[in-house]
Design a protein around this ligand. Sequence first.
Ligand SMILES: [Mg+2]
Length: 381
Amino acid sequence: MRITRIIAQPVLVPRRQAYGRDAASALGAAPASEHGIVTIETDAGLTGHGEICSVFSRRGRLLCRDVELNLEPVLIGQDPRRIAALAAAMDRALEGSEPAKAGIEMALFDILGKAAGLPVYQLLGGLVRERISLSYSIPFGTPAEMAAFARERIAEGFRTVKVKVGRDRDTDVETVRAVREAVGGDIRVRVDANMGWRTPNEAIGIIRAMEPSRPEMIEQPLPGHDLDGLARVRAAVGVPILADESVWTPRDAIAVVKRGAADFVNVYVSEAGGLLKAAGIFAICEAAGIPCMIGSMPETGIGTAAQIHLGLAMNNLQIDSDTCGVLYHEIDLIETPLRIEGGFAYPPQGPGLGVRPDHEAIARHALEDPPRRGLRAGPAD
Ligand SMILES: [Mg+2]
């Protein structure tokens, strides 16, 4: 079997609002996700799909250009089942651009699964759990708005909520207090600063003030590069620290382990550069005694399916995860919705990733730049 064509279609997907406004965190407001949908065609008639996701700079169009200019040339004519070899070839062809490589690698796994008649989680080691327990993120609002939002998620079945902070000290502390009071003592309330605090001392002071609200963990209190700062915060507070923006690749995970910078690590398929590298981060952390979760960019349907397959097969997935990116969008770009209900994500059905792209919806949300071959491109929203 050989790869005959690769299409990377940029899309702009509207996000669900919160409190009647665009959802926001310390990373900024997010009216829409700029992603890319990857299609890989083969001479065997099998087609695979993947999703390119990048929340930070919303640069789906640039990542799709990387596919066209730098990655497609080393993949055309190759056997799509040689996933590890093709991942290495992509690394040789292009430094960085992990979300683009991840979108391609998802599509390769989709093809391999379809060829083998197996779901991707079987290719990654098989089920270690029947479903993935989820956390739901609460975007910026007033403390009262965020508390009410958290209560609605608990009513839906979620047992973990993630409170977005990283504004000013008083607002952050009051928000976590209000959410804890609203959800009661049995719910896990985790806190994500998204790098919003500036110094270790500032972070330590705010976290200590939050400790009466019993946060489950503090996610990324400092900028991603500041591993020594994270280690200082971790040593000074009584709440576990989770590294998120600090860990993209397996190499980053080793740095966090060596520096003692985190109690937990948040793993992304997109940031790692694919499922194999994400599984590598799980293995590094497992060997170091660091439990992991899976984070969200947030993905639409195809990317979320890939995350769910990974989480179903990882022994070291030990804390509630964000593998529900579809819930943060108005549409999922797949034909049949993933089963995500009552605070859990369930295995997609069928071989490969187990999802079929909704080509009509993709065309409706396609971005025109760059002009693509083979898919009908509609106007951007
Ligand atoms: Mg985070």
